[in-house]
Ligand binder design. Structure first.
Ligand code: HEC
Length: 379
């Protein structure tokens, strides 16, 4: 018994008034390291014990200020050196824009620091044992007694004096509490190499697990039919084709949608027979034809197709489209000239779609009719 280390001397009382008195007297006597244990909260105790206000507030203050400093410095660094991008005309260091993140980082760091400091420095986690645990004293104060425990590490502590002091306060039962052998060895477990090793192992295992879950498990596609198919990408080399090119020419004769090739480039006679205007001389078609004719044909052929070119002196004037010859031509002949060109007149296939060419032809027919009206047209 004697070689055990003394933790404290405890005294038990029967009612709240006695314990408040004991607290007051202890504080008055100058004891600093003592604690009171009661079965339920007793009002006025902390005042009687003269407990100084918690130091936790300072932890929150300093870590919070550290958060402010870190957030502002990090954002300034990023905005000024890493990504100097002008956003909405703001300067690179723009405090108002930094406020929300600064606020968040401050609150986050202060609150996390408070919890960690409370658990690990004030409650001495992971040291979960306490000399008062499992004593008759603790059993009594958990039921119906009020106890005071004056610790041996108080500067004024002297076992005999404290016992005497508690007896003068009319404590019911005064006992000494000793550390368990086990507890002595595990007093400051936080800084034990064993515990630090444990933290490192947990950190490594945690990292591996997170890496595996996020990078492997979540990206394991259940069906990979289309994700991993054999295919060539642009510019890629091919071992399959003899010429080594991954990119291939379309199969010969391939025609893209809506772009049927013109088959009669050198054969007006066949075009005349085979190319037939499928459009009706509707108002919409004629108007579209007029617009395209005035834009693309009238500079040389004139607004009425009479060959009165506005480009005289710059380009040979064409023959009249009102001629007997052109009036007797089939639509296919005109289509052929627009599409393939004729002597000095170039092809207009790239300026006019096939449909627009047919619309222009409808308009030319209307022009011819307007200049060569029959007697019946006037009736
Ligand atoms: C740059 C001037 C120019 C433009 C623009 C032009 N042509 Fe011509 N066109 C000519 C010339 C020059 C000829 C005569 C070519 C020749 O010597 O056979 C001609 C001939 C023709 C002929 C045959 C006439 C004939 O008697 O052999 C037709 C039909 C014709 N053009 C239709 C058109 C149509 C339709 C357009 C509008 C899509 C058009 N041209 C635009 C200059 C032009």
């Amino acid at each position: 018994m004697t070689d055990k280390i003394l933790y404290s001397v405890t005294g038990l009382f029967n009612n709240p008034d006695d314990i408040i008195n004991a607290a007051e007297q202890s504080a008055k006597a100058g004891y600093k390291k003592y604690d009171i244990n009661t079965p339920y909260p007793v009002h006025g105790l902390s005042k009687a014990m003269r407990i100084p206000s918690s130091k936790l507030g300072y932890v929150a203050l300093f870590i919070g200020l550290g958060g402010v400093l870190f957030a502002v410095l990090a954002m300034s660094w990023i905005a000024i050196f890493e990504y100097p991008i002008v956003v909405g005309g703001k300067p690179f260091f723009s405090l108002p824009a930094f406020i929300p993140i600064t606020f968040e980082v401050t609150v986050l760091s202060a609150s996390i620091a408070t919890v960690v400091a409370m658990l690990f420095f004030f409650f001495k986690l992971p040291n979960i044992s306490h000399p008062l645990h499992d004593t008759d004293y603790m059993k009594s104060v958990s039921v119906d007694k009020f106890g005071i425990s004056i610790q041996a590490d108080d500067p004024l502590f002297n076992e005999e004096q404290v016992k005497h002091f508690l007896n003068t306060l009319k404590a019911e039962k005064v006992t000494s509490v000793y550390y368990d052998d086990e507890e002595v060895n595990t007093k400051h477990k936080v800084f034990e190499p064993k515990f630090i090793m444990f933290l490192i192992v947990v950190a490594v295992l945690n990292s591996v697990a997170v890496y595996f879950i996020y990078n492997k498990l979540l990206y394991m596609e259940p069906f990979n039919w289309m994700v991993h198919q054999f295919k060539m990408k642009g510019q890629q080399e091919s071992t399959f084709f003899v010429d080594g090119f991954g990119m291939r020419q379309p199969v010969e004769g391939t025609v893209s949608r809506g772009n049927l090739p013109y088959l009669y480039t050198n054969n007006q006679a066949e075009a005349s027979v085979n190319m037939i205007n499928s459009l009706l001389p509707s108002k919409a078609n004629l108007e579209k034809g007029q617009k395209k004719y005035n834009t693309f044909c009238s500079p040389c052929h004139g607004y009425f197709g009479k060959g009165d070119s506005r480009l005289r002196g710059q380009f040979p004037a064409p023959p009249s489209l009102q001629s007997e010859k052109v009036r007797n031509w089939k639509d296919g002949d005109i289509f052929h000239v627009i599409t393939a060109g004729q002597n000095v007149m170039p092809s207009y296939a790239s300026q006019l779609t096939a449909e627009e060419r047919w619309q222009v032809i409808l308009y030319i027919r209307a022009l011819q009719r307007s200049q060569n009206a029959r007697e019946t047209d006037l009736q």
